[in-house]
Design a protein around this ligand. Structure first.
Ligand SMILES: *Cc1c(COP(=O)(O)O)cnc(C)c1O
Length: 407
């Protein structure tokens, strides 16, 4: 069976040039960069090279890059570290209702510690109202945290405009740039960002490495205690191979950005147009203007069917995509992003995300477009919600039943 991977917003394969650059740092150049002897010295330079590569992608100084274990750690550090450092100034944080859990749950944890958090709403296209953002700022506001691009819809937020607002009110600005970095230009200087977070495994580097841009002079409390790595900002022995890989992935993404953008967007647009034109009662989730979404992301809802069931059918023919409902937890909670966009609960359950990468091909798009209409039709025939002639095969209106019946 042919295998088609379209879940690159969940994780990506390691790029060959990344793996190749990493290999010497396992068995040959294995030293601890904090050691003064030759083995340590051999790898110190590699880390600084990677720091420069990350800095170039984000347009900041090398000294403003901190390596960490993942994107989630970066979001936790940026938000908790700011809350702790600035709690004497204020206790108010502004974020959005559609952030990644690494931001949302960190903010929720801070609420239990006495911080007040404003979760900005989004409209039906998943976009923010900047007037609402500006109106939410008070003299107690210490942080604005808005993601650069959304992982579920691909929506790109107006980070430069938010940066202007943050500057005007002198409020610190953090952005989760995990999905944006490497896919679209992420210029932290131009956008007046104070902190930005990226993750290796979303851009062709391995899992378990990430980086954060911390603008020079930004006061932040230590998050990880221990050794004095990363100029005392982040304790823990460096993940040297991972850091080397992240550096090369950033360099590669920057070099190929225009080419990859055009290639992936063309495939995504073909998939999008094909699905919307060949299947009735399909809804696009995200901004209708494709320029305002990441080039690789397509999120659609197929009315009457459950996303998880569709994924199981997909899986049987080798297609890996993802769905908006967290069925795996058994809660069948539809995605918080769909919820915030006011997507009808049935449609939210049927939301399906295709996130492409430069390894995908036109043949794969054709294959999906060829198979999808029949799969959707079959699932609709099975759905108790679908208007059809003849007897209803399922009596239970819980979509969990649909899922179980065809698992
Ligand atoms: C994947 C992701 C993260 C978390 O990154 P990890 O490295 O997996 O911890 C954070 N934010 C967004 C938008 C993501 O897509």
């Amino acid at each position: 069976m042919k295998k088609i991977y379209m879940d690159n917003n969940a994780t990506t394969a390691v790029k060959p040039e990344v793996l190749e650059a990493m290999l010497p740092y396992f068995c040959e150049q294995f030293g601890n960069p904090s050691s003064v002897h030759w083995a340590g010295q051999m790898v110190g330079g590699a880390i600084e090279k990677a720091r420069g590569q990350v800095a170039k992608l984000l347009n900041c100084a090398s000294a403003e890059v901190i390596f960490l274990s993942c994107g989630s750690e970066g979001d936790n550090y940026a938000i908790k570290g700011t809350a702790e450092a600035l709690k004497g100034k204020g206790n108010h944080i502004i974020t959005t209702a559609v952030e990644h859990p690494a931001v949302l749950e960190t903010c929720e944890a801070l609420e239990k510690d006495g911080f007040a958090v404003t979760y900005l709403k989004v409209d039906q296209d998943g976009m923010l109202d900047l007037a609402e953002l500006e109106a939410a700022i008070t003299d107690k506001t210490i942080l604005i945290s808005v993601m650069w691009a959304n992982n579920e819809t691909g929506n790109i937020f107006p980070i430069e405009k938010i940066g202007e607002i943050a500057k005007k009110y002198k409020v610190r600005f953090h952005t989760d740039a995990v999905q944006a970095a490497g896919k679209i230009p992420v210029d932290v200087r131009k956008a007046n960002v104070d902190m930005a977070v990226i993750s290796g495994h979303k851009i062709g580097a391995p899992k378990g490495v990430g980086a954060m841009y911390l603008r020079r002079g930004t006061r932040i409390s230590r998050f990880m205690h221990g050794g004095h790595q990363e100029r005392n900002r982040r304790a823990g022995t460096h993940n040297v191979p991972g850091i080397v890989g992240l550096g090369v992935a950033c360099e590669s993404a920057l070099q190929n950005m225009e080419k990859d953008y055009a290639y992936v967007r063309n495939l995504r647009d073909k998939l999008e147009k094909g699905i919307l034109s060949s299947i009735p009662e399909v809804k696009l989730n995200g901004h209708p203007d494709a320029d305002l979404r990441l080039p690789n992301t397509l999120n659609v809802s197929f009315d009457y069917i459950e996303g998880e069931s569709l994924l199981l059918f997909f899986d049987m023919i080798g297609i890996a995509a993802s769905s908006g409902s967290a069925c795996t937890s058994g809660s069948l909670e539809p995605s918080h992003v769909m919820g915030a966009m006011g997507v009808d609960i049935v449609l939210a359950h049927s939301s399906t995300r295709f996130s492409l990468g430069s390894d995908n091909t036109e043949e794969e798009i054709d294959f999906i477009l060829q198979e999808l209409p029949a799969i959707v039709q079959r699932l609709r025939e099975m759905s108790p919600l679908y208007k059809r002639e003849g007897p209803t095969p399922l009596s239970c209106d819980d979509c969990r039943m649909v899922h179980r019946a065809y698992a």
